[in-house]
Design a protein around this ligand. Structure first.
Ligand code: BG6
Ligand code: BG6
Ligand code: GLC
Ligand code: GLC
Length: 908
């Protein structure tokens, strides 16, 4: 007996090392560092392709923006339900996140339950799969005594590729791994889940890589990469927004789910694919797809080993050429087997047991050889992951222009967690491939749901902020109809009223619109929102010849706007004097039109008594006085020149006239600027004056001064009104015009900041300063193309340090406030055009509105929303909006010219 043993011992010593023949057989699976660097470079190119908007459609590696903009910062809190679907286990969880302070992060408590997913559901109808998810969730709620009635916020880890436009909109792209349920492609997974579960608010959907990064980021702030080596494989990382073409905005970072499992689907790995990979792919449920995943993921490693062992056996290289039925059966070697075979001490024994289980009779050499097959297959997997990871780390390093990068990679997945050698091998190769990166690998030992809940917590905070501050600015169609109706009532009441009314409906004594026969040289003075403009207008013969226009702009200092009336008019006279000098027409005694953009009671075209100041003006001793007279007096005081002020007009009237010169259908003038107002051609009686058509300056900004808008006025509006120069007055104007919108925004931001929801709860002096948000800033903030970069820079200019979330909220606040403004103006306009239509007894009215004002002309969305609202609320009117090109001064000059012409006609 002893002799036999001795012989076989010597014999085996003489035989070749069994690992050598495996090395030879599997040489194409053994990748050296050069090859790995090459694969890494290819993956880098794929990432670029996926990120770019031009090449994304054709890219195999989809690089999906995850809409997660920051890693955890400790301010997340809340109680969530969580679903974790797509890994080897389907889990339902309850996650409680308690907020931490300072460097102490909060705490997370979790309770979880694993539920099986029946095989038939994996390939059944998608709705059935979601119904099952819903059933398990209900069971969990029941088990844990959680109320079924309450609406629970929910975080959803969904470990498949989705195209997300936000955290709660995720269009499903395709299945991978062992799932292939039908009918979900292109569908919103949040919606699908909502349809299956009632009373549960789904806040955020995240990929498992993203959730893993967040889980690990909770403990290590350097964690900016998430890696899964489980059933499937995938990685995500924080990319610079400027490279994420698919999402608007350039500022900050966003997590990108690479979906690297699809690397190679376009042939990029052709020369590294072995016949075994091809066989695994051909036998899979998604042939031709997830090529990289099939070389790496736990779902395929056992199968690769089986196919190699089977072929070697068939070639007589193992088991003396014997093959069993079990070895021929798909799925009989699992990844758990692979891990067991490579165990440090028991590996060979495990290998023998596994092979015996497959009805084989392995020799000790067979066991060594099969163990080595396992090693090569799993080593290739970790090497490929190392190559992919090296590409990501290099990209991050280049993005940030760093010589060395310190970063943490959060990892999860059964292969990484259960294979004894895998982590060490992976770490070593990564460090070799990217020696300048100090990489820490952090195992997510609690699964991905903690991270998903952290994402949901941020989403919930944003949602509640939105809800709290923005919902009062949302007006329903019904409310807008009511505003239209109230405007109409206000217009009619103003026309009828002899005394003061909310909407003043001031006769302008402008009866005629220009007819093109106007000519000559005129002076126009234009006192608008904050500027004073002086113009020299020369109407040439006929419409064909261009009008010549020269002008100069004078800003009016605040102390003049709000000083004494005498100083104000002296200042205007000084500006006129300067302009006449500048134009060399000091002694021409030109006929002059005066655009005065405040409510004036007129008894003729050439006189106007200021009713009350509006907007930013509050000069003393002007209200109740004739503004033409005050200007004439100031000119007299200068004793330098003389003017013949033939007409005083409101800016709306000037604008209408100016546009009517281009378009005879223009019978309405609208200003949406510092203030807001409308004038239109009225047919009937205006106040006491019996007239045919006369232009009426509505002064619609006063709507609501009698309380008729109280139901839509928010606490922010009340604050803005209180702090204004004219509390209780111009309530509609304060909801809709440039001088106030920024203030409304500031009030909302103050409130959010005081509540700790914005700017880290830090109320700065700047934020407390009235008037910081000028209309031009609102326009910039809302400008689509510049998006968050612009928001950040505007806020920076204002001395407000903002995070990415802050910028998003500020943009949303601006959007809500300006949207409401535009809708209200649209509702008002609908009332005006319908009134004109009814005045004329028409079923349908075609009409043009001449428009001016910075809000209308410069804001990216205001005009569009205004047009749309007017169209919906006045469906029987076809309204054309014509922006005034040269301001209302030209209109004032035209009125003067018409006045002169009509006067001339009367004389003739
Ligand atoms: C789990 C996570 O720990 O790992 C899942 O909670 C993830 O979200 C999974 O999908 C990946 O590993 P495996 O091996 O289960 O596919
Ligand atoms: C100007 C007109 O173009 O627009 C002024 O000439 C008018 O008369 C002004 O008052 C309104 O816009 P804003 O934005 O300056 O208030
Ligand atoms: C598959 C999925 C991917 C997921 C990965 C790990 O590759 O497509 O979304 O992250 O598996 O679970
Ligand atoms: C204010 C004025 C009004 C003017 C409007 C636009 O509402 O009261 O007269 O037309 O601002 O400038």
């Amino acid at each position: 007996m002893f002799a036999v043993h001795l012989v076989s011992f010597f014999f085996s010593k003489l035989q070749e090392d069994p690992t050598k023949k495996v090395d030879r057989f599997l040489y194409s699976m053994c990748l050296n560092d050069g090859q790995l660097s090459d694969i890494s470079a290819r993956f880098q190119a794929e990432m670029k392709k996926g990120l770019s908007i031009e090449s994304n459609a054709a890219a195999a590696v989809k690089m999906l923006p995850a809409h997660v903009r920051s890693t955890p910062d400790g301010t997340e809190k809340g109680q969530f339900l969580a679903l974790d679907l797509g890994g080897s286990k389907f889990k339902v969880l309850q996650v409680k996140v308690r907020e931490g302070t300072g460097i102490r992060k909060g705490e997370v408590e979790m309770e979880e339950q694993t539920y099986p997913v029946p095989r038939e559901l994996l390939s059944g109808r998608g709705t059935e799969l979601f119904d099952h998810v819903s059933k398990c969730l209900k069971d969990f709620l029941h088990e844990k005594n959680i109320s079924l009635e309450k609406k629970h916020p929910l975080a959803f880890t969904f470990s498949f590729p989705c195209e997300q436009s936000s955290l709660n909109k995720a269009l499903f792209l395709n299945w991978s791994k062992h799932y292939r349920a039908r009918g979900l492609q292109g569908k919103d997974m949040i919606q699908a889940l909502r349809e299956a579960i009632d009373r549960t608010g789904v806040l955020a959907l995240v990929n498992d890589t993203v959730a893993t990064m967040m889980t690990c980021g909770f403990d290590d702030q350097h964690c900016e990469v998430g890696l899964i080596i489980g059933t499937g494989t995938n990685a995500c990382y924080m990319e610079e927004m400027r490279h994420v073409d698919l999402v608007e905005g350039d500022e900050g970072r966003m997590c990108v789910n690479t979906e690297w499992g699809a690397f190679g689907d376009d042939g990029a790995l052709k020369d590294y694919i072995t016949e075994f990979d091809r066989d695994v792919d051909a036998a899979s449920s998604n042939p031709g797809r997830q090529i990289f995943e099939k070389m790496v993921g736990g779902m395929y490693l056992g199968e690769l080993v089986r196919l190699v062992v089977l072929k070697m056996a068939k070639q007589g290289l193992l088991f003396d050429g014997c093959v069993s039925d079990a070895l021929r059966t798909k799925g009989r070697i699992t990844t758990a087997n692979v891990a067991a075979m490579e165990e440090y001490k028991n590996g060979l024994k495990n290998t023998r047991d596994i092979l015996m289980d497959l009805d084989l009779t392995p020799s000790p050499d067979d066991c060594i050889a099969v163990q080595h097959v396992s090693t090569i297959v799993s080593f290739r997997s970790s090497n490929l992951v190392a190559a992919g990871l090296a590409a990501i780390l290099t990209r991050i390093q280049q993005n940030r222009n760093l010589r060395t990068l310190r970063i943490t990679v959060g990892v999860d997945g059964t292969v990484y967690k259960t294979h004894p050698q895998y982590p060490k091998r992976l770490h070593k190769v990564v460090r070799r491939l990217v020696p300048d990166c100090h990489v820490r690998f952090l195992l997510s030992d609690s699964g991905s749901s903690k991270g998903a809940a952290l994402v949901a917590a941020v989403a919930q905070r944003l949602a509640s902020q939105r809800q709290k501050s923005l919902s009062p600015f949302t007006l329903s169609q019904g409310q807008l109809q009511l505003v239209k109706a109230r405007m109409r009532v206000g217009l009619e009441a103003g026309l009828r009223s002899k005394g003061p009314s909310a909407i003043k409906m001031l006769p302008s004594f402008v009866y005629h619109r220009p007819n093109g026969t106007e000519r000559g040289k005129y002076l126009a003075l234009d006192l608008g929102g904050t500027n004073f403009r002086a113009l020299l207008v020369h109407f040439k013969k006929g419409l064909q010849q261009k009008t010549r226009l020269y002008h100069k702009l004078y800003t009016i200092p605040l102390e003049i706007m709000q000083g004494t009336g005498e100083d104000l008019f002296d200042y205007l006279a000084a500006c006129v004097s300067d302009f006449l000098d500048y134009m060399g027409v000091k002694h021409a005694h030109l006929p002059t039109g005066f655009t005065f953009s405040f409510p004036c009671e007129q008894t003729s075209i050439a006189t106007g008594t200021l009713v009350s100041w509006t907007k930013g003006f509050k000069a003393t001793d002007c209200e109740g006085h004739d503004v033409v007279n005050m200007l004439q007096e100031a000119i007299k005081r200068r004793n330098e020149f003389d003017l013949d002020i033939a007409a005083v007009v409101n800016d709306t009237v000037g604008t209408m006239m100016s546009c009517a010169y281009e378009d005879p259908q223009c019978e309405i003038g609208l200003i949406a600027g510092t203030g807001t107002n409308v004038c239109y051609m009225e047919e009937k009686k205006a106040g006491d004056v019996e007239t045919e058509k006369m232009c009426i300056n509505t002064e619609w900004g006063g709507l609501g001064d009698d309380g008729s808008l109280d139901d839509i006025i928010t606490p922010y509006d009340i604050e803005v009104d209180k702090q204004s120069l004219n509390p209780g007055k111009q309530r509609f104007e304060k909801l809709t015009s440039g001088m106030y919108l920024g203030e409304v925004v500031r009030q909302v931001l103050l409130d959010l900041t005081r509540g700790g929801l914005l700017f880290r709860g830090h109320v700065t002096e700047t934020l407390k300063t009235p008037g910081i948000f000028q209309t031009k800033y609102l326009s910039q903030i809302e400008s689509d193309h510049l998006a968050l970069l612009q928001v950040r820079s505007v806020l920076q200019q204002l001395g407000l340090e903002s995070t990415c979330n802050d910028s998003m909220i500020v943009k949303e606040v601006c959007g809500a406030v300006s949207r409401r403004a535009a809708q209200l103006c649209g509702a008002g306009m609908a009332a005006v055009v319908d009134k004109i239509r009814e005045n004329r007894g028409l079923d349908h009215l075609n009409i043009t509105v001449g428009v001016d004002g910075a809000l209308y002309k410069q804001h990216p969305h205001f005009a569009g929303i205004l047009h749309d609202t007017a169209k919906v609320l006045a469906p029987q009117c076809n309204v054309t909006f014509l922006p005034s090109e040269e301001g209302s001064g030209k209109g004032a000059a035209l009125i003067t010219a018409v006045q002169k012409r009509e006067g001339q006609n009367r004389k003739d």
